[in-house]
Design a protein. Structure first.
Length: 309
């Protein structure tokens, strides 16, 4: 299967979108290994962008009260309570060998260290602050008929709510299921990567509010280098399952402007394992449709000429 880049061209989406004064591509790197599930990013996003409240609905299966990215939740902190094999008997009482892995700052110790509580090993929490991926090759841009969705000079993807006509074409086009229509409104909404703050040289609200720097903002090239170093560090510390998601510019969407460090398979976090831009076949489809139309026109002309003679 040809990758998205061979079909769509350059990896830097802003110049490709016509920006002659494009800025360095900006994005998010979310390190889930230090996410504490505080939801400060969700609150900051709502406050700055005036996003309506999502309610206080308890899902009945975790401490997650938002459930997914929606038109009213542009940041979603996922709580994944993952069962793990119990520690061997020799490790369980008073030993930290079989306990949960604390992957925070070097030297940091959780409250209760050496009290025995830290040796519990029957489950672990996986937490991740999810967001729009701001794809290099964004299918939502391809299908929007009004130009409501546009590529910014920072390489991000933004919805202009005053132009959106509520057609909903962008919703099934997104390979991540990010975009959503607001009930009672009908228009599409999603993370803008705080476009208004970027223009003023400010950090997006969610990254500004994150107390552990799980959400990091900056030039995408720098973030990718920092992420690779973080993965190498975790591997050295005995966390071989640490991996990056959405950082590869040769994947099915040309790489994401918002990518993640995960501690398990993408499916565990509700992410597609191999996302592909849903409009990748459009160029070939239009070409074949054009050839078919020409063939039909030629056949009609031949039939008319043959009939008249």
């Amino acid at each position: 299967m040809p990758d998205a880049n061979s079909l769509y061209g350059p990896l830097d989406p802003a110049p490709d979108a016509g920006w002659t004064d494009a800025q360095p591509r900006m994005g998010f790197f979310t390190d889930t290994s230090v996410c504490i599930g505080c939801k400060a990013c969700e609150v900051a996003c709502k406050e700055w962008n005036d996003v309506p409240g999502s309610g206080l609905d308890l899902l009945g299966m975790s401490y997650d009260n938002t459930g997914a990215l929606t038109a009213n939740s542009w940041r979603h902190v996922a709580f994944v309570e993952q069962p793990r094999p119990a520690a061997p008997a020799a490790d369980a009482p008073g030993s930290s060998a079989g306990g949960p892995q604390f992957l925070g700052m070097p030297g940091a110790q959780p409250p209760g260290r050496d009290t025995g509580a830290q040796t519990r090993s029957d489950f672990r929490w996986l937490m991740m602050s999810d967001v729009c991926k701001h794809c290099t090759h964004a299918a939502c841009l391809d299908v929007c008929p009004t130009g409501s969705l546009f590529r910014t000079e920072f390489g991000t993807v933004v919805v202009q709510e005053d132009i959106c006509n509520g057609c909903g074409y962008c919703i099934p086009a997104c390979p991540y299921g990010v975009i959503d229509q607001r009930k009672g409104d009908g228009r599409a909404w999603k993370c803008t990567l705080c476009y208004d703050r970027l223009g003023a040289g400010l950090t997006p609200a969610c990254a500004q509010a994150c107390p552990t720097e799980s959400i990091q903002y900056g030039p995408l090239d720098e973030l990718r280098e920092r992420a690779a170093q973080r993965v190498a560090t975790l591997h050295e510390r005995g966390v071989p399952q640490a991996r990056l998601y959405g950082h590869d510019p040769t994947d099915g969407v040309g790489g994401d402007g918002a990518f993640f460090l995960l501690l398990d398979e993408p499916e565990v976090y509700g992410l597609p394992p191999d996302p592909v831009v849903t409009t990748r076949d459009l160029p070939r489809m239009w070409k074949r449709a054009g050839l078919a139309a020409l063939a039909m026109a030629a056949a009609a002309v031949a039939a008319f000429v043959g009939g008249s003679s």
